[in-house]
Ligand binder design. Structure first.
Ligand code: GUN
Ligand code: ZN
Length: 432
């Protein structure tokens, strides 16, 4: 197997800085090294020691740049790539005006393949080595996504987005049976194939019938090894809409719970306006919440309660939610998470933000230690970060007195220019 040594500053997490003290959560080596062996990280340590131990291994010296685990974007919609930054609407109108018409185009395999490739390349340009994506109702959109990820060697999670209620437009509806059958066929083909994982994907309860939610709940019960992803309590108007469709539901989560769609391998996107019962149930079953801060500010959804939910022991991942989210960059996403928390009176520490974008998201996906982790045994999915990528960042870093002081300006001001290099499965990405 090919070995390679990367030299630079290294940053690894040994514990969760959100629930433990951030001071004890990480390991930083200012002249560190990462030994790649095949597709995996074999060792992380001091540069001098690893160079002496592996004198014949080729070396890439990144100088003072920071070697980190690649970012893990735990919720995005690759089919919305072309409509990112569409002006002026809140969730329901945004879906009807921009999103649904665009998603109708994904029955065309050529268009689908082009957008899947473009979305994954934009992710990689931003140092994101894993995405969890919704596809569209078209099975072709799932095939194209997993094909594009396989070509790039990326570990990804995806699934066919299911909608069968007449609240979704006619061109974008399946049926309960088709959703079950097509999801099952795709799941059996793709789950565990190479680096692909399948997530059963009811879009959200307002666009599914009870029959469809039940069918997908049954499919999940047959395949409990899969993740299930959906949306939960994103916007107040959406919750009122949900209530008009499900008048007997105790709350939004109940529309999933009743039909077998609540579980520890469930990823619930947004989760902003939660009732106490919903928080209790999510904590009890270990459901995962995915925070999408650029989306929540862009669409005007609200302020996610990061620290309150983390304190309840609920695992939280971080995500762009492209194209409701306004950026492919997990740096920009960390900045938005910081700003949203500030508006709730909490200053998240840069260690907490960086952890959320890497290891925290990976753990939310039940992939902790496998991806999003700069440590022995993890996949060699790596982002190399230039900590002085623009003049304004560089002049601020000149004053920095610690790693975190040097990293925070890149979190707040950085973009794809800060991504010096990306490695996917131990192979250097050519495009960056
Ligand atoms: N809720 C249901 N579908 C979507 C979507 O595509 N984006 C966002 N942000 N929320 C949703
Ligand atoms: Zn979403």
């Amino acid at each position: 197997m090919t070995q390679h040594l990367l030299l630079g500053q290294t940053l690894s997490f040994i514990d969760d800085p959100l629930t433990q003290g951030w001071e004890w959560s990480y390991r930083h080596t200012s002249r560190g090294a990462v030994l790649i062996d095949g597709g995996r990280i074999a060792a992380v340590g001091e540069a001098d020691g690893l160079r002496a131990a592996y004198p014949d291994v080729p070396v890439t010296d990144y100088g003072n740049a920071l070697i980190s685990a690649g970012f893990v974007d735990a919720h995005m919609h690759y089919p919305q790539t072309a409509i990112i930054a569409s002006w002026g609407k809140r969730l329901i109108d945004w879906l009807n005006l921009y999103t649904f018409p665009e998603e109708m185009r994904f029955g065309d395999p050529d268009y689908t393949a082009a957008v899947a490739g473009r979305a994954l390349d934009l992710a990689l340009d931003n140092g994101t080595t894993t995405v969890v994506s919704y596809c569209t109702i078209h099975p072709e959109s799932v095939e194209a996504f997993f094909d594009a990820a396989a070509v790039r060697g990326m570990a990804v999670v995806g699934g066919k987005t299911c909608m069968d209620r007449d609240t979704a437009p006619a061109g974008l509806r399946d049926t309960a049976q088709a959703a079950y059958d097509q999801s099952k066929t795709l799941l059996e083909k793709w789950h565990g194939r190479g680096r692909a994982s399948y997530a059963i994907t009811p879009r959200f309860s307002p666009t599914s019938t009870v029959g469809q939610l039940e069918a997908l709940g049954a499919l999940w019960a047959e395949h409990p090894e899969c993740l299930m992803q959906t949306h939960l309590s994103e916007q107040v108007d959406e919750i009122a809409w949900m209530r008009s469709i499900y008048p007997d539901a105790r709350d939004y989560l109940d529309t999933y719970e009743r039909y077998g769609l609540l579980g520890g391998r469930g990823l619930y996107g947004h989760a902003i306006h939660l009732e106490p019962r919903e928080v209790d149930r999510l904590a009890e079953v270990g459901g995962r919440l995915i925070h999408c801060p650029t989306s929540n500010t862009f669409i005007g959804s609200g302020l996610f309660d990061m620290t309150g939910l983390a304190r309840r022991g609920i695992a939280v991942g971080l995500a762009t939610d492209v194209g409701g989210g306004s950026s492919f960059s997990m740096l920009r996403t960390m900045a938005a998470a910081y700003e949203v928390a500030q508006l709730r009176g909490v200053a998240l520490h840069p260690a907490q933000l960086w952890w959320l974008a890497t290891e925290g998201s990976a753990r939310a996906l039940h992939m902790g230690g496998q991806i999003g982790h700069l440590g022995a045994g993890a996949a060699a999915d790596i982002a190399v970060i230039d900590l002085t990528s623009t003049p304004v960042i560089a002049q601020r870093v000149a004053r920095a007195e610690s790693l975190w002081d040097a990293l925070f300006p890149t979190i707040m001001l950085g973009d794809d220019r800060a991504i010096r290099d990306v490695w996917v499965g131990g192979v250097r990405c050519e495009r960056v």
